[in-house]
Ligand binder design. Structure first.
Ligand code: PGA
Length: 250
């Protein structure tokens, strides 16, 4: 099985010492897990030192967010160029927790362009806030894709990763069912094919939202996804080790 696991540590762990230990454990397990690549996405304060000190085969690094401007008076922000300079290769854009703080589809659009300009791979997060019995969630996802990827030239589409994370499944107790993810993957691909043509067939789609050792391998096998965006379970040594072990044994 080939899978991309994005480890979004969010605002964990508390100290750099713990971050180093978490990285070491993740590296160790990744080396034992065939076919799995892991993107470590630590708090930006830890990014450079972790990536410079510990780069190895199937471990790469990403940032949890970055500004679309190249530089300027933006207190508290970091730029795509700085992320690149810290030896990261990925950047998460439009995460639900950033959208909740005001990030819009238009911001996502500018950030995707800025990330590609800096030769970073954008991991573009989409996903509906709530899900009713109708088809509204598809409209929400279509709009996020339409606006977020508006400026992407067709030949750059393969440089983009889509992470579908329904907001109701993030930080919760249950993940989405793989068959529902399968349906959503088909919808995402179809929406992108309408805009970009056949090249969208190969778009990389990840699932995120309450992924753990119990549901990871089922989702990888049956969810029509190329990998997983993992929050809480990636930010703690035991749960990350168990998750990678479950993927390994699948
Ligand atoms: P979770 O977070 O795995 O803790 O639900 C996923 C995410 O927000 O990326």
């Amino acid at each position: 099985m080939k899978a991309l696991i994005v480890a979004n540590w969010k605002m964990h762990p508390k100290t750099f010492k713990e971050a180093k230990a978490l990285l070491a454990a993740t590296k160790h397990m990744t080396a034992l897990t065939k076919g799995v690549s892991v993107v470590i996405v630590p708090p930006s304060l830890f990014l450079r030192e972790l990536s410079l000190g510990h780069r190895a085969g199937r471990i790469t690094f990403g940032a949890q967010h970055a500004h679309f401007e190249g530089e300027g008076s933006h207190t508290g922000e970091i730029s795509m160029a700085q992320v690149k300079d810290a030896k990261a290769t990925y950047v998460i854009i439009g995460h639900a927790e950033r959208r909740a703080m005001g990030e819009t589809n238009e911001d996502v659009q500018k950030k995707v362009a800025a990330a590609l300009f800096s030769q970073l791979t954008p991991i573009v997060c989409i996903g509906e806030g709530t899900r009713g019995t109708g088809a509204e969630h598809f409209n929400e996802v279509r709009e996020q894709l339409r606006v977020g990827l508006r400026d992407v030239p067709e030949k750059r589409l393969s440089k983009i990763i889509i992470a579908y994370e329904p907001v109701w499944a993030i930080g919760g107790a249950v993940a989405m069912q793989p068959r529902d993810m399968h349906e959503m993957s088909i919808f995402i691909r179809k929406t992108l094919i309408e805009k970009f043509g056949a090249s969208a067939h190969n778009i990389t789609i990840l699932y995120g939202g309450s992924v753990d050792a119990h549901n990871a391998s089922d989702m990888l096998r049956n969810g029509d996804v190329a990998g997983l965006l993992v929050g809480r379970a990636s930010a703690e040594i035991t749960s990350m080790t168990e998750l990678l072990r479950a993927v390994h044994e699948a």
